[in-house]
Ligand binder design. Structure first.
Ligand SMILES: [Zn+2]
Length: 425
């Protein structure tokens, strides 16, 4: 087994402890030893990486990932891309995530039924670079719900699976499980920009029940939900949907229920899209005035207030900001950590723990992933600088000197990052 020794690094271990100087030994795909002093680990056969006091930390997790969103302004523009281009775009996104230090991603919907599954399979086979990944279904929505805005005369348009009633839901879920998805995505609430208001909750209880029941027939299957309205978050609680996205309009009573069930649920605010839609989408026609007319600033305000309350109540909050729209482009994923600090009042340490140790829990591997500890899987990034002093350095590709996943370097120290345009060999 190959051994690699990171010498003279500042270990940020994601246990909550302050970073300390040390050496970290990798054996195969695991962290064999984290040594809290320098130059204690000896042995001649290690490959030695001189850390020069740089920060060694866990790879990051994005809990709301869309490999097949292609930096376009609308869902239609994403949905209409032909499949040949689409699979290449999704592969580029996967490579970009890993390049930016993301070793864990949770798919939050694919733009075509098999895109996520195929990318995951190729990543796992070592044929293309990418993070550990939970492959998602397409979004499943009710008639007229989020995503069902498509030009329905276009037969090939499969961006969203539109269902009506429990039996159609059962069929949809079975179809996706047959294809091999890890994660079923339900659109439980509306979304202002699409014409159905965020506070509407169009999916009926018997449809949600059917989706969850059917998904549970295949052990290990996850369910996640677009849930901006309070009622949709209540559906997530009632039916045991583990990954709740957005939760913008969550009520105080619902927060109490979430806190009581904190071990069962994660909340991913996905705030990047909300924030950028309010303030940084003018180039695509969504000026602050347009955003105001769509009532997005009110939602952002509600989101910030709700997340602060959920944080105080101990709800597990995880980054992942709906990257892959024109105004949340791929590669900017670590903006989410900045938002957690600036908008939600997280300390940089809390934001990093949300993206690492909690990321391990999102991947259902919290006992062996997301922290720099003896025996944990070697998913590591070497960062030039102190992300606790400046959380934004995690957005800078030139500061992420090295990325290792499962004990293998995706990017070695001294080798520049591949661009989004380049697939690694
Ligand atoms: Zn999304």
């Amino acid at each position: 087994m190959a051994t690699t020794l990171f010498k003279n690094v500042r270990v940020l271990d994601s246990t909550g402890e302050k970073p300390y100087a040390g050496d970290v030994l990798i054996d195969g795909n695991r962290i064999a030893k984290v040594e809290r002093n320098l130059n204690v680990i000896t042995g001649e056969n290690h490959r030695v990486i001189e850390g020069h006091g740089m920060t060694l930390m866990s790879g990051l997790c994005d809990a709301h990932t869309h490999f097949s969103w292609i930096d376009q302004p609308t869902l239609d523009a994403i949905g209409m891309l032909p499949v040949e281009e689409h699979i290449l775009e999704a592969a580029r996104s996967a490579a970009t995530y890993l390049d930016m230090g993301y070793t864990m991603c949770m798919g939050a919907a694919a733009a075509k039924p098999r895109l996520d599954v195929v990318i995951r399979n190729y990543i796992n086979a070592g044929k293309i670079p990418g993070p550990r990944y939970y492959a998602a279904s397409t979004e499943i929505a009710t008639i007229g719900g989020l995503g069902d805005l498509n030009p329905s005369h276009v037969a090939a348009y499969t961006f969203v699976e539109v269902i009506n009633g429990p039996m159609e839901m059962r069929r949809a879920v079975r179809k996706f499980l047959k294809e091999g998805v890890d994660n079923i995505k339900l659109n439980l609430s509306g979304e202002n920009i699409t014409g159905m208001e965020a506070e509407r909750t169009p999916m009926a209880d018997d449809e949600v029940y059917e989706a969850v029941t059917e998904a549970r027939r295949k052990p290990g299957t996850r369910i996640c939900a677009h849930a901006r309205s309070n009622e949709s978050v209540l559906q997530c609680l009632k039916y045991g949907i583990d990954m709740i996205y957005h939760a913008s309009f969550v009520s105080d009573e619902t927060i109490e229920l979430l806190a009581a069930a904190r071990d069962k649920h994660f909340v991913g605010p996905g705030v990047a899209w909300l924030y950028q839609t309010c303030y940084n989408a003018s180039d695509w026609g969504v000026t602050p005035e347009v955003a105001l007319a769509m009532d997005y600033p009110r939602e952002l305000e509600a989101c910030i207030a709700g997340v602060k309350k959920m944080k105080a109540a101990g709800v597990r909050l995880v980054p992942g900001g709906d990257y892959g729209f024109a105004w949340t482009p791929h590669g900017t994923y670590a903006k989410d950590l900045e938002y957690f600090v600036d908008l939600f009042g997280f300390t940089p340490m809390e934001a990093i723990i949300s993206a690492t140790a909690l990321g391990g829990e999102v991947m259902k591997m919290g006992h062996e992933l997301g922290q720099v500890r003896d025996g944990f899987l070697a998913d590591l990034i070497l960062v030039d600088g102190d992300p606790l002093a400046d959380i934004t350095i995690l957005q800078d590709r030139t500061r992420i000197m090295s990325v290792m996943k499962d004990g293998v370097f995706h990017r070695e120290p001294g080798v520049p990052a591949v661009s989004r345009l380049a697939l690694a060999s």
